[in-house]
Design a protein around this ligand. Structure first.
Ligand code: F6R
Length: 613
Protein backbone atom coordinates (compact mmCIF):
# COMPACT_ATOMS: atom_id res chain seq x y z
CA UNK A 1 0.00 0.00 0.00
CA UNK A 2 2.24 2.77 -1.22
CA UNK A 3 1.19 6.39 -0.89
CA UNK A 4 1.51 8.91 -3.69
CA UNK A 5 1.17 12.68 -3.90
CA UNK A 6 1.77 15.30 -6.59
CA UNK A 7 1.36 19.04 -7.03
CA UNK A 8 1.59 21.49 -9.94
CA UNK A 9 1.55 25.27 -9.72
CA UNK A 10 2.45 25.55 -6.05
CA UNK A 11 4.55 28.18 -4.29
CA UNK A 12 5.21 25.61 -1.55
CA UNK A 13 5.93 22.45 -3.54
CA UNK A 14 8.34 20.87 -1.09
CA UNK A 15 6.16 21.64 1.94
CA UNK A 16 3.10 20.20 0.21
CA UNK A 17 4.87 16.99 -0.73
CA UNK A 18 6.54 16.38 2.64
CA UNK A 19 3.42 17.17 4.63
CA UNK A 20 1.33 14.98 2.31
CA UNK A 21 3.74 12.07 2.68
CA UNK A 22 3.64 12.44 6.46
CA UNK A 23 -0.13 12.27 6.32
CA UNK A 24 -0.02 9.07 4.32
CA UNK A 25 1.91 7.49 7.18
CA UNK A 26 -1.12 5.48 8.34
CA UNK A 27 -0.86 3.51 5.08
CA UNK A 28 2.52 2.18 6.27
CA UNK A 29 5.86 2.53 4.51
CA UNK A 30 9.47 1.45 4.48
CA UNK A 31 11.00 4.10 2.21
CA UNK A 32 10.11 7.47 0.70
CA UNK A 33 11.14 9.86 -2.03
CA UNK A 34 10.29 12.97 -4.01
CA UNK A 35 11.16 14.48 -7.38
CA UNK A 36 10.94 18.19 -8.17
CA UNK A 37 10.76 19.07 -11.85
CA UNK A 38 11.29 22.30 -13.78
CA UNK A 39 12.39 23.15 -17.34
CA UNK A 40 15.38 20.91 -18.10
CA UNK A 41 15.97 19.86 -14.48
CA UNK A 42 14.83 17.03 -12.22
CA UNK A 43 15.89 16.97 -8.57
CA UNK A 44 15.33 13.75 -6.64
CA UNK A 45 15.79 12.57 -3.04
CA UNK A 46 15.06 9.08 -1.66
CA UNK A 47 15.46 7.48 1.75
CA UNK A 48 14.89 4.02 3.23
CA UNK A 49 14.69 4.29 6.98
CA UNK A 50 11.51 2.36 7.78
CA UNK A 51 8.90 4.47 9.51
CA UNK A 52 11.54 7.24 9.86
CA UNK A 53 11.82 7.52 6.07
CA UNK A 54 9.78 10.71 5.73
CA UNK A 55 11.72 12.35 8.57
CA UNK A 56 14.98 11.33 6.86
CA UNK A 57 13.64 12.67 3.56
CA UNK A 58 12.86 15.98 5.22
CA UNK A 59 16.54 16.19 6.25
CA UNK A 60 17.72 15.37 2.71
CA UNK A 61 15.43 18.02 1.30
CA UNK A 62 17.13 20.76 3.31
CA UNK A 63 19.58 20.87 0.40
CA UNK A 64 16.85 21.02 -2.28
CA UNK A 65 17.17 23.95 -4.70
CA UNK A 66 14.29 26.42 -4.51
CA UNK A 67 11.97 27.62 -7.26
CA UNK A 68 10.20 24.39 -8.23
CA UNK A 69 6.46 24.73 -8.63
CA UNK A 70 5.79 21.06 -9.42
CA UNK A 71 6.75 17.72 -7.93
CA UNK A 72 5.74 14.22 -6.96
CA UNK A 73 6.30 12.20 -3.79
CA UNK A 74 5.94 8.58 -2.74
CA UNK A 75 5.98 6.39 0.34
CA UNK A 76 6.78 2.80 -0.52
CA UNK A 77 5.55 -0.44 1.00
CA UNK A 78 7.83 -2.92 -0.72
CA UNK A 79 6.39 -5.69 -2.87
CA UNK A 80 9.00 -6.28 -5.60
CA UNK A 81 12.53 -5.51 -4.46
CA UNK A 82 13.87 -4.95 -0.96
CA UNK A 83 13.04 -1.79 0.99
CA UNK A 84 16.25 0.03 -0.01
CA UNK A 85 16.88 3.53 -1.33
CA UNK A 86 17.59 2.32 -4.88
CA UNK A 87 14.13 0.76 -4.99
CA UNK A 88 12.40 3.80 -3.50
CA UNK A 89 10.37 5.98 -5.87
CA UNK A 90 10.44 8.23 -7.87
CA UNK A 91 12.13 6.21 -10.61
CA UNK A 92 13.78 7.95 -13.54
CA UNK A 93 14.14 7.02 -17.20
CA UNK A 94 17.60 6.71 -18.82
CA UNK A 95 17.77 10.46 -19.58
CA UNK A 96 16.91 11.40 -16.01
CA UNK A 97 14.21 13.79 -17.25
CA UNK A 98 11.17 11.59 -16.69
CA UNK A 99 10.20 10.76 -13.10
CA UNK A 100 7.44 8.36 -12.11
CA UNK A 101 5.80 7.20 -8.91
CA UNK A 102 3.63 4.11 -8.78
CA UNK A 103 1.39 2.27 -6.36
CA UNK A 104 0.31 -1.20 -7.47
CA UNK A 105 1.89 -4.11 -9.28
CA UNK A 106 2.90 -4.34 -12.94
CA UNK A 107 2.21 -8.00 -13.67
CA UNK A 108 4.11 -8.23 -16.96
CA UNK A 109 7.13 -6.24 -15.77
CA UNK A 110 9.60 -9.08 -16.43
CA UNK A 111 8.80 -9.36 -20.12
CA UNK A 112 8.53 -5.58 -20.53
CA UNK A 113 11.93 -5.10 -18.87
CA UNK A 114 13.49 -7.71 -21.17
CA UNK A 115 12.10 -5.91 -24.23
CA UNK A 116 13.21 -2.51 -22.94
CA UNK A 117 16.72 -3.74 -22.12
CA UNK A 118 16.97 -5.25 -25.58
CA UNK A 119 16.25 -1.75 -26.91
CA UNK A 120 19.11 -0.35 -24.81
CA UNK A 121 17.33 0.85 -21.67
CA UNK A 122 19.31 0.68 -18.45
CA UNK A 123 17.54 -0.26 -15.21
CA UNK A 124 18.80 0.86 -11.82
CA UNK A 125 16.31 -0.75 -9.41
CA UNK A 126 14.81 -4.14 -8.62
CA UNK A 127 11.19 -3.00 -8.91
CA UNK A 128 8.30 -3.73 -11.22
CA UNK A 129 7.57 0.02 -11.35
CA UNK A 130 10.70 1.22 -13.15
CA UNK A 131 9.47 -0.21 -16.47
CA UNK A 132 6.90 2.60 -16.52
CA UNK A 133 9.59 5.31 -16.70
CA UNK A 134 11.30 3.56 -19.62
CA UNK A 135 8.08 2.79 -21.48
CA UNK A 136 7.10 6.47 -21.25
CA UNK A 137 10.62 7.47 -22.39
CA UNK A 138 10.18 5.33 -25.53
CA UNK A 139 6.84 6.97 -26.32
CA UNK A 140 8.25 10.45 -25.71
CA UNK A 141 11.05 9.69 -28.18
CA UNK A 142 8.34 9.12 -30.79
CA UNK A 143 7.37 12.76 -30.24
CA UNK A 144 4.24 12.23 -28.15
CA UNK A 145 3.14 14.67 -25.46
CA UNK A 146 3.56 13.35 -21.94
CA UNK A 147 -0.15 12.58 -21.46
CA UNK A 148 -0.27 10.68 -24.73
CA UNK A 149 3.00 8.89 -23.93
CA UNK A 150 1.59 7.73 -20.60
CA UNK A 151 -1.65 6.59 -22.20
CA UNK A 152 0.16 4.60 -24.90
CA UNK A 153 2.48 3.05 -22.31
CA UNK A 154 -0.42 1.91 -20.18
CA UNK A 155 -1.88 0.03 -23.14
CA UNK A 156 1.17 -2.25 -22.83
CA UNK A 157 0.84 -2.85 -19.13
CA UNK A 158 -1.02 -5.54 -17.18
CA UNK A 159 -1.70 -5.18 -13.47
CA UNK A 160 -2.64 -2.50 -10.98
CA UNK A 161 -1.48 1.09 -10.84
CA UNK A 162 -1.98 4.52 -9.42
CA UNK A 163 0.69 6.34 -11.34
CA UNK A 164 2.05 9.86 -11.74
CA UNK A 165 4.66 10.93 -14.28
CA UNK A 166 6.55 14.17 -14.91
CA UNK A 167 9.04 15.25 -17.57
CA UNK A 168 11.56 18.09 -17.26
CA UNK A 169 10.93 18.82 -20.95
CA UNK A 170 7.24 19.43 -20.26
CA UNK A 171 7.31 20.95 -16.76
CA UNK A 172 4.20 22.05 -14.91
CA UNK A 173 2.38 18.99 -16.16
CA UNK A 174 1.76 15.82 -14.17
CA UNK A 175 0.07 12.89 -15.86
CA UNK A 176 -1.69 10.50 -13.53
CA UNK A 177 -3.61 7.30 -14.17
CA UNK A 178 -5.36 4.62 -12.24
CA UNK A 179 -6.33 0.95 -12.38
CA UNK A 180 -7.38 -0.73 -9.10
CA UNK A 181 -5.04 1.31 -6.84
CA UNK A 182 -6.72 4.43 -5.41
CA UNK A 183 -6.20 7.95 -6.77
CA UNK A 184 -7.87 11.32 -6.17
CA UNK A 185 -7.33 14.73 -7.76
CA UNK A 186 -7.73 17.99 -5.85
CA UNK A 187 -7.94 21.58 -7.04
CA UNK A 188 -7.44 25.04 -5.55
CA UNK A 189 -7.02 28.36 -7.40
CA UNK A 190 -3.87 28.03 -9.54
CA UNK A 191 -2.78 24.72 -7.99
CA UNK A 192 -3.72 21.11 -8.77
CA UNK A 193 -2.98 18.08 -6.62
CA UNK A 194 -3.14 14.32 -6.81
CA UNK A 195 -2.89 11.76 -4.04
CA UNK A 196 -3.64 8.16 -3.13
CA UNK A 197 -6.00 9.33 -0.43
CA UNK A 198 -7.73 12.56 0.53
CA UNK A 199 -5.82 13.11 3.85
CA UNK A 200 -2.62 13.91 1.97
CA UNK A 201 -4.17 17.03 0.41
CA UNK A 202 -7.11 17.62 2.75
CA UNK A 203 -6.33 21.16 3.83
CA UNK A 204 -4.64 22.24 0.59
CA UNK A 205 -7.29 21.46 -2.05
CA UNK A 206 -10.78 22.94 -2.02
CA UNK A 207 -12.43 20.45 -4.41
CA UNK A 208 -11.77 16.71 -4.73
CA UNK A 209 -12.41 14.33 -7.65
CA UNK A 210 -12.26 10.53 -7.88
CA UNK A 211 -10.27 8.97 -10.71
CA UNK A 212 -11.82 5.72 -11.95
CA UNK A 213 -10.16 2.61 -13.30
CA UNK A 214 -8.45 3.08 -16.67
CA UNK A 215 -8.62 6.85 -16.66
CA UNK A 216 -5.69 9.13 -17.46
CA UNK A 217 -5.59 12.68 -16.06
CA UNK A 218 -3.39 15.56 -17.23
CA UNK A 219 -2.87 18.02 -14.40
CA UNK A 220 -1.65 21.59 -14.86
CA UNK A 221 -1.77 24.65 -12.59
CA UNK A 222 -5.03 25.68 -14.21
CA UNK A 223 -6.82 22.39 -13.53
CA UNK A 224 -7.08 18.98 -15.15
CA UNK A 225 -8.35 17.08 -18.19
CA UNK A 226 -9.26 13.40 -18.07
CA UNK A 227 -9.63 10.73 -20.74
CA UNK A 228 -10.18 7.00 -20.78
CA UNK A 229 -7.43 4.67 -22.00
CA UNK A 230 -8.69 5.04 -25.58
CA UNK A 231 -8.25 8.81 -25.34
CA UNK A 232 -11.96 9.72 -25.16
CA UNK A 233 -12.70 12.59 -22.74
CA UNK A 234 -14.30 11.65 -19.40
CA UNK A 235 -15.62 13.70 -16.47
CA UNK A 236 -14.31 12.95 -13.02
CA UNK A 237 -16.88 12.60 -10.25
CA UNK A 238 -16.60 15.30 -7.60
CA UNK A 239 -16.41 14.00 -4.03
CA UNK A 240 -18.26 15.60 -1.14
CA UNK A 241 -15.58 15.79 1.52
CA UNK A 242 -16.51 17.29 4.86
CA UNK A 243 -14.07 15.23 6.90
CA UNK A 244 -11.53 16.20 9.48
CA UNK A 245 -8.07 14.64 9.20
CA UNK A 246 -8.88 11.77 11.55
CA UNK A 247 -11.97 10.75 9.57
CA UNK A 248 -10.06 11.17 6.33
CA UNK A 249 -7.36 8.75 7.49
CA UNK A 250 -10.09 6.19 8.03
CA UNK A 251 -11.30 6.76 4.48
CA UNK A 252 -14.54 8.26 5.77
CA UNK A 253 -15.25 5.23 7.97
CA UNK A 254 -15.95 5.55 11.68
CA UNK A 255 -12.95 3.43 12.63
CA UNK A 256 -10.03 1.51 11.16
CA UNK A 257 -11.78 -1.81 11.59
CA UNK A 258 -14.61 -0.99 9.22
CA UNK A 259 -12.11 0.56 6.80
CA UNK A 260 -10.09 -2.64 6.88
CA UNK A 261 -13.15 -4.86 6.52
CA UNK A 262 -14.10 -2.80 3.46
CA UNK A 263 -10.60 -3.13 2.03
CA UNK A 264 -10.81 -6.92 1.85
CA UNK A 265 -11.63 -7.20 -1.85
CA UNK A 266 -8.49 -5.16 -2.58
CA UNK A 267 -6.40 -7.18 -0.11
CA UNK A 268 -7.31 -10.40 -1.92
CA UNK A 269 -6.89 -8.90 -5.37
CA UNK A 270 -3.46 -7.45 -4.54
CA UNK A 271 -2.27 -10.71 -2.97
CA UNK A 272 -3.19 -12.61 -6.16
CA UNK A 273 -1.69 -10.12 -8.62
CA UNK A 274 1.30 -11.14 -10.68
CA UNK A 275 1.24 -14.74 -9.53
CA UNK A 276 1.02 -16.58 -12.83
CA UNK A 277 3.51 -16.74 -15.67
CA UNK A 278 2.57 -16.91 -19.32
CA UNK A 279 3.26 -20.67 -19.36
CA UNK A 280 0.67 -21.11 -16.60
CA UNK A 281 3.15 -21.66 -13.76
CA UNK A 282 2.01 -20.16 -10.48
CA UNK A 283 4.88 -18.07 -9.20
CA UNK A 284 5.98 -16.14 -6.15
CA UNK A 285 8.73 -13.71 -7.05
CA UNK A 286 9.87 -13.40 -3.49
CA UNK A 287 9.88 -17.16 -2.73
CA UNK A 288 13.58 -18.05 -2.64
CA UNK A 289 13.10 -21.82 -2.73
CA UNK A 290 13.55 -24.05 -5.76
CA UNK A 291 10.75 -25.85 -7.57
CA UNK A 292 12.54 -29.18 -7.04
CA UNK A 293 12.66 -28.66 -3.31
CA UNK A 294 9.00 -27.69 -3.16
CA UNK A 295 8.01 -30.68 -5.27
CA UNK A 296 9.86 -33.07 -2.96
CA UNK A 297 8.21 -31.84 0.24
CA UNK A 298 7.02 -34.82 2.28
CA UNK A 299 5.18 -33.07 5.08
CA UNK A 300 3.96 -29.56 5.76
CA UNK A 301 3.71 -28.08 9.25
CA UNK A 302 1.97 -24.72 9.68
CA UNK A 303 2.67 -22.67 12.80
CA UNK A 304 0.72 -19.54 13.68
CA UNK A 305 -1.26 -17.76 16.39
CA UNK A 306 -4.81 -16.42 16.68
CA UNK A 307 -6.39 -15.36 13.41
CA UNK A 308 -3.30 -16.46 11.47
CA UNK A 309 -3.74 -19.92 13.02
CA UNK A 310 -7.26 -20.04 11.59
CA UNK A 311 -5.93 -19.16 8.12
CA UNK A 312 -3.36 -21.94 8.57
CA UNK A 313 -6.16 -24.40 9.40
CA UNK A 314 -7.86 -23.53 6.10
CA UNK A 315 -4.56 -24.19 4.31
CA UNK A 316 -4.45 -27.72 5.74
CA UNK A 317 -7.63 -28.61 3.85
CA UNK A 318 -6.36 -27.02 0.62
CA UNK A 319 -2.84 -28.48 0.64
CA UNK A 320 -4.04 -31.97 1.54
CA UNK A 321 -6.86 -31.92 -1.02
CA UNK A 322 -4.97 -30.39 -3.93
CA UNK A 323 -1.31 -31.33 -3.39
CA UNK A 324 -1.87 -34.61 -1.47
CA UNK A 325 0.76 -33.74 1.16
CA UNK A 326 -0.02 -34.48 4.76
CA UNK A 327 -0.30 -31.31 6.82
CA UNK A 328 -0.14 -30.56 10.52
CA UNK A 329 -1.17 -27.24 12.03
CA UNK A 330 0.27 -26.12 15.33
CA UNK A 331 -0.52 -23.17 17.53
CA UNK A 332 2.94 -21.63 17.49
CA UNK A 333 3.22 -21.27 21.28
CA UNK A 334 2.80 -25.04 21.59
CA UNK A 335 5.12 -26.16 18.80
CA UNK A 336 8.43 -25.22 20.40
CA UNK A 337 7.78 -26.94 23.68
CA UNK A 338 6.54 -30.28 22.48
CA UNK A 339 9.83 -31.68 21.16
CA UNK A 340 8.55 -31.72 17.57
CA UNK A 341 9.67 -34.32 15.06
CA UNK A 342 11.21 -32.77 11.95
CA UNK A 343 11.94 -35.35 9.28
CA UNK A 344 13.80 -34.78 6.04
CA UNK A 345 11.46 -33.12 3.57
CA UNK A 346 9.47 -31.19 6.20
CA UNK A 347 8.39 -27.74 5.11
CA UNK A 348 7.38 -25.45 7.96
CA UNK A 349 5.19 -22.48 7.09
CA UNK A 350 5.07 -19.65 9.64
CA UNK A 351 1.97 -17.53 9.13
CA UNK A 352 1.92 -14.08 10.70
CA UNK A 353 0.40 -10.76 9.72
CA UNK A 354 3.02 -8.77 11.60
CA UNK A 355 5.87 -11.21 11.17
CA UNK A 356 6.86 -10.20 14.70
CA UNK A 357 4.75 -12.52 16.90
CA UNK A 358 7.29 -14.00 19.29
CA UNK A 359 5.61 -17.42 19.51
CA UNK A 360 5.61 -17.85 15.75
CA UNK A 361 9.19 -16.65 15.36
CA UNK A 362 10.35 -18.99 18.12
CA UNK A 363 8.48 -21.89 16.52
CA UNK A 364 10.06 -21.34 13.10
CA UNK A 365 13.50 -20.93 14.72
CA UNK A 366 13.00 -24.27 16.48
CA UNK A 367 11.97 -25.88 13.19
CA UNK A 368 15.03 -24.46 11.42
CA UNK A 369 17.26 -25.67 14.25
CA UNK A 370 15.87 -29.16 13.68
CA UNK A 371 16.60 -28.99 9.96
CA UNK A 372 13.29 -27.88 8.41
CA UNK A 373 13.04 -25.44 5.54
CA UNK A 374 10.87 -22.50 6.59
CA UNK A 375 8.55 -20.37 4.49
CA UNK A 376 7.13 -17.19 6.01
CA UNK A 377 3.73 -15.80 5.08
CA UNK A 378 3.99 -12.21 6.25
CA UNK A 379 2.12 -8.98 5.60
CA UNK A 380 5.09 -6.83 6.56
CA UNK A 381 8.01 -6.75 4.20
CA UNK A 382 11.30 -7.55 5.89
CA UNK A 383 9.62 -8.48 9.18
CA UNK A 384 11.71 -10.59 11.55
CA UNK A 385 9.87 -13.74 10.43
CA UNK A 386 10.43 -12.89 6.77
CA UNK A 387 14.13 -12.14 7.30
CA UNK A 388 14.85 -15.32 9.21
CA UNK A 389 12.88 -17.69 6.97
CA UNK A 390 14.41 -19.51 4.01
CA UNK A 391 11.68 -18.12 1.80
CA UNK A 392 8.79 -15.70 2.04
CA UNK A 393 5.42 -15.01 0.43
CA UNK A 394 4.01 -11.59 1.17
CA UNK A 395 0.32 -11.02 1.61
CA UNK A 396 -0.43 -7.58 0.26
CA UNK A 397 -3.24 -6.50 2.55
CA UNK A 398 -1.65 -3.15 3.37
CA UNK A 399 -1.13 -1.84 6.87
CA UNK A 400 -3.61 -3.25 9.40
CA UNK A 401 -4.15 -0.78 12.21
CA UNK A 402 -7.16 -2.20 14.05
CA UNK A 403 -6.08 -4.70 16.72
CA UNK A 404 -8.55 -7.34 15.53
CA UNK A 405 -7.29 -8.83 12.30
CA UNK A 406 -9.66 -8.84 9.32
CA UNK A 407 -8.14 -8.13 5.90
CA UNK A 408 -4.93 -9.96 6.85
CA UNK A 409 -6.95 -13.17 7.33
CA UNK A 410 -8.47 -13.18 3.84
CA UNK A 411 -5.12 -12.27 2.29
CA UNK A 412 -3.41 -15.11 4.20
CA UNK A 413 -6.00 -17.62 2.99
CA UNK A 414 -5.56 -16.36 -0.59
CA UNK A 415 -1.74 -16.65 -0.40
CA UNK A 416 -1.82 -20.08 1.25
CA UNK A 417 -4.32 -21.46 -1.27
CA UNK A 418 -2.16 -20.15 -4.08
CA UNK A 419 0.81 -21.95 -2.52
CA UNK A 420 -1.34 -25.10 -2.30
CA UNK A 421 -2.06 -24.79 -6.03
CA UNK A 422 1.65 -24.32 -6.75
CA UNK A 423 2.46 -27.48 -4.82
CA UNK A 424 -0.26 -29.34 -6.74
CA UNK A 425 1.13 -28.04 -10.01
CA UNK A 426 4.68 -29.15 -9.18
CA UNK A 427 3.53 -32.56 -7.99
CA UNK A 428 1.01 -33.04 -10.82
CA UNK A 429 -1.70 -33.93 -8.33
CA UNK A 430 -4.21 -31.79 -10.22
CA UNK A 431 -4.86 -31.62 -13.96
CA UNK A 432 -3.76 -28.33 -15.58
CA UNK A 433 -7.41 -27.64 -16.47
CA UNK A 434 -8.42 -28.01 -12.81
CA UNK A 435 -5.64 -25.66 -11.75
CA UNK A 436 -6.85 -23.15 -14.37
CA UNK A 437 -10.41 -23.38 -13.05
CA UNK A 438 -9.32 -23.03 -9.42
CA UNK A 439 -7.04 -20.10 -10.24
CA UNK A 440 -9.94 -18.38 -12.01
CA UNK A 441 -12.24 -19.16 -9.09
CA UNK A 442 -9.72 -17.73 -6.63
CA UNK A 443 -9.55 -14.55 -8.66
CA UNK A 444 -13.35 -14.24 -8.57
CA UNK A 445 -13.41 -14.24 -4.74
CA UNK A 446 -12.59 -10.56 -4.46
CA UNK A 447 -15.84 -9.62 -6.27
CA UNK A 448 -17.82 -12.09 -4.15
CA UNK A 449 -16.44 -10.49 -1.01
CA UNK A 450 -17.46 -7.07 -2.38
CA UNK A 451 -21.00 -8.38 -2.98
CA UNK A 452 -21.12 -9.72 0.57
CA UNK A 453 -19.96 -6.38 1.97
CA UNK A 454 -22.86 -4.69 0.17
CA UNK A 455 -25.21 -6.68 2.43
CA UNK A 456 -23.86 -5.06 5.57
CA UNK A 457 -27.18 -3.47 6.57
CA UNK A 458 -28.91 -6.86 6.95
CA UNK A 459 -26.14 -8.10 9.25
CA UNK A 460 -26.54 -4.91 11.31
CA UNK A 461 -30.25 -5.66 11.76
CA UNK A 462 -29.56 -9.20 12.94
CA UNK A 463 -26.91 -7.95 15.38
CA UNK A 464 -29.38 -5.43 16.76
CA UNK A 465 -31.91 -8.18 17.47
CA UNK A 466 -29.31 -10.30 19.28
CA UNK A 467 -27.68 -7.51 21.26
CA UNK A 468 -29.00 -8.90 24.55
CA UNK A 469 -27.39 -12.37 24.07
CA UNK A 470 -24.40 -13.51 26.15
CA UNK A 471 -23.52 -16.97 24.90
CA UNK A 472 -22.57 -17.83 21.33
CA UNK A 473 -21.50 -21.06 19.68
CA UNK A 474 -20.02 -20.85 16.19
CA UNK A 475 -20.25 -24.11 14.25
CA UNK A 476 -18.87 -25.31 10.94
CA UNK A 477 -17.68 -28.37 9.10
CA UNK A 478 -14.68 -28.79 6.78
CA UNK A 479 -13.25 -25.29 6.05
CA UNK A 480 -16.39 -23.92 7.68
CA UNK A 481 -14.83 -25.04 10.99
CA UNK A 482 -11.82 -22.66 10.90
CA UNK A 483 -14.21 -20.00 9.64
CA UNK A 484 -16.39 -20.62 12.71
CA UNK A 485 -13.32 -20.41 14.96
CA UNK A 486 -12.41 -17.08 13.40
CA UNK A 487 -16.00 -15.78 13.67
CA UNK A 488 -16.04 -16.68 17.37
CA UNK A 489 -12.65 -15.05 17.96
CA UNK A 490 -13.84 -11.82 16.33
CA UNK A 491 -16.98 -11.75 18.47
CA UNK A 492 -15.22 -12.46 21.76
CA UNK A 493 -12.36 -10.03 21.29
CA UNK A 494 -14.59 -7.18 20.10
CA UNK A 495 -17.60 -7.60 22.40
CA UNK A 496 -16.08 -9.40 25.45
CA UNK A 497 -18.99 -11.87 25.22
CA UNK A 498 -18.55 -15.61 25.53
CA UNK A 499 -18.18 -17.12 22.06
CA UNK A 500 -16.86 -20.57 21.23
CA UNK A 501 -15.97 -22.03 17.86
CA UNK A 502 -16.66 -25.72 17.44
CA UNK A 503 -16.74 -28.34 14.71
CA UNK A 504 -20.46 -28.92 14.14
CA UNK A 505 -19.88 -32.67 14.31
CA UNK A 506 -18.34 -32.33 17.77
CA UNK A 507 -21.43 -30.76 19.29
CA UNK A 508 -22.97 -34.03 20.42
CA UNK A 509 -19.75 -34.96 22.22
CA UNK A 510 -20.28 -32.43 24.98
CA UNK A 511 -21.19 -28.84 24.16
CA UNK A 512 -24.80 -29.77 23.33
CA UNK A 513 -25.33 -29.91 27.11
CA UNK A 514 -24.87 -26.11 27.18
CA UNK A 515 -27.55 -25.36 24.60
CA UNK A 516 -30.68 -23.80 26.07
CA UNK A 517 -32.98 -20.87 25.33
CA UNK A 518 -30.98 -17.65 25.11
CA UNK A 519 -27.90 -19.28 23.57
CA UNK A 520 -27.13 -18.18 20.00
CA UNK A 521 -25.73 -20.71 17.54
CA UNK A 522 -24.03 -19.22 14.47
CA UNK A 523 -23.47 -21.79 11.75
CA UNK A 524 -21.35 -21.65 8.61
CA UNK A 525 -23.53 -23.67 6.25
CA UNK A 526 -22.28 -22.88 2.76
CA UNK A 527 -20.65 -26.18 1.76
CA UNK A 528 -23.15 -28.24 -0.29
CA UNK A 529 -21.41 -31.54 0.54
CA UNK A 530 -21.85 -30.87 4.28
CA UNK A 531 -25.25 -29.27 4.04
CA UNK A 532 -27.53 -32.06 5.22
CA UNK A 533 -25.32 -32.74 8.20
CA UNK A 534 -25.22 -29.09 9.21
CA UNK A 535 -29.02 -28.85 8.85
CA UNK A 536 -29.49 -31.75 11.22
CA UNK A 537 -26.98 -30.24 13.73
CA UNK A 538 -28.97 -27.01 13.61
CA UNK A 539 -32.29 -28.83 14.06
CA UNK A 540 -30.82 -30.33 17.24
CA UNK A 541 -29.86 -26.97 18.74
CA UNK A 542 -33.11 -25.36 17.68
CA UNK A 543 -35.08 -28.14 19.38
CA UNK A 544 -33.23 -27.20 22.59
CA UNK A 545 -34.27 -23.56 22.32
CA UNK A 546 -31.19 -21.88 20.79
CA UNK A 547 -31.55 -18.99 18.36
CA UNK A 548 -29.91 -19.90 15.07
CA UNK A 549 -28.01 -17.59 12.72
CA UNK A 550 -26.79 -19.25 9.52
CA UNK A 551 -24.35 -18.10 6.87
CA UNK A 552 -25.84 -19.67 3.75
CA UNK A 553 -25.53 -19.33 -0.01
CA UNK A 554 -27.97 -17.35 -2.14
CA UNK A 555 -29.46 -20.51 -3.63
CA UNK A 556 -30.01 -22.35 -0.34
CA UNK A 557 -33.76 -23.06 -0.11
CA UNK A 558 -33.66 -25.25 2.97
CA UNK A 559 -31.84 -23.13 5.48
CA UNK A 560 -34.90 -21.09 6.50
CA UNK A 561 -36.47 -24.20 8.03
CA UNK A 562 -33.80 -24.33 10.76
CA UNK A 563 -32.41 -20.78 10.98
CA UNK A 564 -34.01 -17.76 12.64
CA UNK A 565 -31.69 -15.41 10.77
CA UNK A 566 -29.91 -16.07 7.48
CA UNK A 567 -26.84 -14.14 6.32
CA UNK A 568 -26.64 -14.76 2.58
CA UNK A 569 -23.40 -14.99 0.60
CA UNK A 570 -22.63 -15.82 -3.05
CA UNK A 571 -21.82 -19.50 -3.64
CA UNK A 572 -18.26 -20.45 -4.50
CA UNK A 573 -15.86 -23.41 -4.62
CA UNK A 574 -15.92 -24.72 -1.00
CA UNK A 575 -12.19 -24.18 -0.47
CA UNK A 576 -12.62 -20.43 -1.15
CA UNK A 577 -15.61 -19.96 1.16
CA UNK A 578 -13.64 -18.94 4.29
CA UNK A 579 -12.69 -15.67 2.57
CA UNK A 580 -16.36 -14.95 1.78
CA UNK A 581 -18.14 -16.48 4.77
CA UNK A 582 -15.96 -14.68 7.31
CA UNK A 583 -17.24 -11.31 6.04
CA UNK A 584 -20.76 -11.47 7.58
CA UNK A 585 -19.22 -12.86 10.76
CA UNK A 586 -16.76 -9.93 10.96
CA UNK A 587 -19.63 -7.51 10.30
CA UNK A 588 -21.75 -9.25 12.93
CA UNK A 589 -19.00 -8.97 15.58
CA UNK A 590 -18.37 -5.37 14.56
CA UNK A 591 -22.06 -4.40 14.77
CA UNK A 592 -22.52 -6.16 18.10
CA UNK A 593 -19.44 -4.38 19.49
CA UNK A 594 -20.65 -1.00 18.26
CA UNK A 595 -24.10 -1.70 19.69
CA UNK A 596 -22.51 -2.51 23.06
CA UNK A 597 -20.41 0.64 22.94
CA UNK A 598 -17.05 -1.14 22.68
CA UNK A 599 -13.89 0.38 21.22
CA UNK A 600 -13.64 -1.75 18.07
CA UNK A 601 -10.15 -0.63 17.11
CA UNK A 602 -8.64 -1.16 20.54
CA UNK A 603 -10.31 -3.98 22.49
CA UNK A 604 -9.36 -4.11 26.15
CA UNK A 605 -6.31 -6.14 27.26
CA UNK A 606 -5.11 -6.80 23.69
CA UNK A 607 -2.07 -5.68 21.69
CA UNK A 608 -1.81 -5.71 17.92
CA UNK A 609 1.46 -7.60 17.99
CA UNK A 610 2.34 -9.98 20.79
CA UNK A 611 6.08 -9.84 21.33
CA UNK A 612 6.24 -11.51 24.76
CA UNK A 613 5.58 -15.16 25.50
C1 F6R B 1 -7.12 -11.56 16.30
C2 F6R B 1 -5.74 -11.17 16.13
C3 F6R B 1 -4.69 -12.01 16.75
C4 F6R B 1 -3.51 -12.22 15.78
C5 F6R B 1 -2.38 -12.98 16.48
C6 F6R B 1 -1.26 -13.30 15.54
O1 F6R B 1 -7.99 -10.68 15.66
O2 F6R B 1 -5.43 -10.19 15.51
O3 F6R B 1 -5.20 -13.23 17.15
O4 F6R B 1 -3.97 -12.90 14.66
O5 F6R B 1 -1.89 -12.23 17.55
O6 F6R B 1 -0.68 -12.15 15.00
P1 F6R B 1 0.23 -12.21 13.73
O7 F6R B 1 -0.60 -12.65 12.59
O8 F6R B 1 0.76 -10.82 13.57
O9 F6R B 1 1.31 -13.20 14.03
Amino acid sequence: MCGIIGVVGSSDTLGTLLEGLQRLEYRGYDSAGIALVRQGQTWRARTAAGTESVAALREECLSAPSGFSSGIGHTRWATHGAPEAINAHPHLDCSGNIAIIHNGIIENHTELQEQLEARGHHFTSVTDSEVLAHLIEDQRQLGLELSEAVRQSLLLVRGAFALAAMDANEPDVIVAARRISPLVVGTAPGVTYLASDVPAILDRATAFYAVNDDEVVRLGPEGFRATDLEGAPVRLRQLQIDWDLETAEKGGNDDFMSKEINEQPDAIRATLLDRRRRNGAICFDELRISDEELRDVKRVVLVAAGTSHHAALVAKYAIERWARISVEVDISSEYRYRDPIVEIGTLVIGVSQSGETIDTIQATREAQRRGARVVAISNIVDSSLAREADAVIYTRAGLEVSVASTKAFVAQVAALELLALRLAQLRSTLEPKDIDALFLGLNAVSAQVATTLDRRSHVELVAKELLHAHDFFFLGRHVGFPTALEGALKLKELTYLHAEGYPAGGLKHGPLALIEPGVVVVAVATDPSMHEKILSNLAEVKARGASVVAVATDDDEHIDSVADYVLRVPASEPMFTPMIDIVPLQLFAYSMARGLGRNVDRPRNLAKTVTVE
